[in-house]
Design a binder for this molecule. Structure first.
Ligand code: UDP
Ligand code: MG
Length: 371
């Protein structure tokens, strides 16, 4: 766990109003009162240095909200209003990062208009649809808050949960995953989801009921450590758990989709399964692929080699007339097992070599970034 022990008390160490780099948040009275008196008596230069240091250590915001979206033009305005209400009440510095994942409707125009009247908003626009994982990855990269909240843009997640999620992080968790205990989704989605969540919990040891909930809260270290790509957004808690972070969950309200329709069709089941394999592979075996392929290869070689040996001995003892190898399919099957075994081991070794030289490449392309 990379958490520093003093993390939950960070708030008290934040700069005072006079040191605020961005004046748009003047109402931080709750925290202001808790500032040590002597901070006000520092000379401006000292204050500025301290300020820069704090910014450097803590980022520019207390909370970053990341919203990946794909064709959600109808929901955005309402969502933004709800977010502003909740975040405004919290007396914190915040930013809202909208990641437009290549929408083909008016989503980007809506966001650009919203941004005009609100300096908390930042918008990243992809050139095309790269998927929710890529959108989250770029959000994680750009986010500057000490605590990061991710949520869907379709109004299914309730921004009112943010304050209590933040409290759980301050209590010491590194990641709090939402749990839609009462779901407002069609049955074609809820049943497979239950199935996947059970299997995932069994296979990975991360006992979370709702792995793929869009509403999550993270301590900054988590999002700067975990690499989300492909379709891995579904398994972020697993990835975080394997990095050693403390993962928890919290029951959250869930609402039915108000506008538009789901962006994940039936393909989600099949992809979900492949992603589970990926999650297991990348968390447990990415750095040591031979540990996955090696045992399979050795087992295959031992069985095949053993059977072959036994047959060759039989052939030598009984002679070619009684025991002809050429007419025994078992002999060929065993030989194939030996070959497969060699291949698995080679694959593992190749994987080891690749994992040693691999440099990670970004897998998205940004068209615009409105800061
Ligand atoms: N989304 C995205 N890129 C995609 C697909 C979806 O950014 O390629 C966003 C979508 O706009 C929404 C969130 O991911 O904000 C969850 O998508 P959706 O509501 O369709 O998923 P569901 O709730 O049905 O699981
Ligand atoms: Mg949804």
């Amino acid at each position: 766990m990379t958490t520093t022990p003093d993390q939950p008390t960070d708030q008290n160490a934040q700069p005072t109003e006079g040191q605020q780099p961005q004046p748009q948040q003047p109402q931080r009275h709750g925290q202001h009162q808790r500032q040590p008196r002597q901070q006000h008596q520092r000379n401006p230069q000292q204050q500025q240095n301290q300020n820069q240091q704090n910014q450097h250590q803590q980022g520019w915001a207390d909370i970053s909200v990341i919203v990946p979206l794909y064709n959600e033009e109808d929901s955005l305005k309402e969502l933004n209003t709800q977010l502003r209400t909740v975040l405004g009440r919290m007396n914190i510095r915040y930013e809202i990062l909208y990641i437009d994942d290549g929408s083909t409707d008016r989503s980007f125009q809506v966001l650009r208009d919203l941004k005009r009247n609100d300096r908390h908003i930042k918008v990243v626009r992809f050139r095309r649809n790269f998927g929710k994982s890529a959108a989250l990855a770029v959000g994680f990269d750009k986010a500057q808050g000490n605590i990061v909240i991710t949520m869907d843009a379709d109004l299914q997640d309730d921004p009112a949960e943010i304050p209590s999620m933040r409290r759980r992080i301050e209590d010491g968790f590194d990641l709090i995953s939402g749990w839609k205990k009462v779901r407002h989704d069609p049955i074609t989605k809820t049943i497979p989801s239950k199935f996947f969540n059970t299997i995932t919990a069994m296979m990975t040891g991360v006992k979370i009921h709702d792995m793929n909930c869009g509403l999550k809260a993270y301590r900054k270290e988590v999002i700067k450590t975990v690499k989300v790509y492909g379709e891995l957004h579904r398994y972020i808690p697993v990835l975080a758990h394997w990095e050693g972070f403390k993962v928890g969950e919290m029951v959250v309200q869930h609402r039915a989709r108000k506008y538009g329709k789901t962006k994940f069709g039936l393909g989600r089941f099949w992809k979900g399964f492949l992603d589970l394999l990926t999650a297991i592979f990348t968390t447990r075996f990415l750095r040591r692929p031979l540990h996955l392929f090696g045992p399979i290869g050795i087992l295959s070689m031992v069985i095949g080699g053993g059977v072959d040996l036994w047959m060759v001995i039989n052939r030598l003892m009984l002679g070619p007339d009684v025991y002809a190898l050429g007419s025994r399919p078992m002999f060929f099957a065993a030989t194939i097992l030996v070959v497969i075994g060699v291949q698995f081991i080679s694959l593992g070794l190749l994987g080891e070599m690749i994992s040693k030289t691999r440099t990670s490449a970004e897998e998205y392309s940004i068209r615009e970034f409105l800061k």
